[in-house]
Write a protein that binds this ligand. Structure first.
Ligand SMILES: Cc1cc2nc3c(=O)[nH]c(=O)nc-3n(C[C@H](O)[C@H](O)[C@H](O)COP(=O)(O)OP(=O)(O)OC[C@H]3O[C@@H](n4cnc5c(N)ncnc54)[C@H](O)[C@@H]3O)c2cc1C
Length: 226
């Protein structure tokens, strides 16, 4: 294994093939030790207002991403704003095919494509994301101190989230078609002040600049049973 392979995470596939990994480089031919692929604007932070992050005052996510990129570039990282369209393992190295047609080979590959949350697809969900609609209790519960909060979900994640919210919110509502937790967790939630709206789904979220109201309707299965 060439000594420089330990220092350089990425180099072009053509260089690997021709020279046995001796000349690490990006597809454009530049040497680099860290190559970052993907697009800033596709980060989940790109359109978010980041309020709750170590050592910064609240600011727009895109600004934070650009600052992070500048810092990383200052430390030698190279960015290529292209998606990986295929991955394979050849001769002990990974090969990533980029959307532009070039390929990159690397001994070390870190996958950090983010996550996408389940969408419930009711009106207002997308519009009010970050303005009263949250996807993460542990991240955002502190924003709802002293407020009325509705948690959506029927299983253990929603129930434990609703129990956490009790420490912050004035009132906690759990909206779920049919509560699907058993044992101590199921008993515990029924002993708390959480208002459980079984057989309900969210019809719409309404508000001006942030969420004002959550409008419920009966879940389909509940109507069918009645
Ligand atoms: C409204 C909102 C508010 C938030 N507020 C906060 C907050 O206050 N504090 C906080 O800490 N967090 C907050 N977050 C969460 C934060 O944005 C995420 O936790 C963070 O961005 C996750 O980083 P990541 O690197 O895992 O993924 P992401 O930032 O989502 O990045 C994923 C990257 O993967 C790339 N990618 C995907 N597929 C490919 C592919 N095939 N090839 C190449 N690249 C690919 C994309 O281009 C993208 O750049 C908030 C999120 C939202 C939506």
């Amino acid at each position: 294994m060439p000594g420089n392979m330990k220092r350089c995470g990425m180099w072009s596939l053509s260089e690997v093939d021709r020279r046995g990994c001796r000349r690490p480089s990006t597809p454009g031919g530049r040497k680099c030790s860290v190559l970052v692929l993907g697009r800033l604007q596709k980060s989940s932070a790109a359109r978010a207002h980041i309020e709750n992050y170590c050592c910064i005052d609240g600011r727009e996510g895109m600004g934070l991403l650009k600052q992070a990129r500048t810092k990383a570039e200052g430390s030698g990282a190279v960015f290529i704003e292209e998606d990986v369209v295929a991955l394979s393992a050849i001769n002990g190295a990974f090969t990533a095919e980029l959307e532009g047609g070039k390929s990159v080979a690397t001994k070390t590959l870190i996958l950090a494509m983010g996550i996408s949350r389940n969408k419930l697809e009711f009106p207002g969900e997308k519009e009010f994301l970050g303005k009263g609609v949250s996807n993460c209790v542990d991240c955002d519960a502190g924003f709802y101190k002293g407020q009325d909060v509705a948690m959506v979900g029927c299983e253990s994640g929603a129930v434990t989230g609703a129990l956490t919210l009790l420490f912050y919110a004035k009132a906690v509502h759990l909206i779920c078609g049919k509560l699907e937790v058993s044992g101590p967790l199921g008993e515990r939630i029924r002993e708390t002040a959480i208002q459980i709206h079984e057989g309900a789904v969210i019809k719409e979220i309404v508000g001006q600049s942030a969420v004002d109201e959550v409008i419920l309707e009966a879940a389909f299965y509940a109507r069918r049973q009645s």
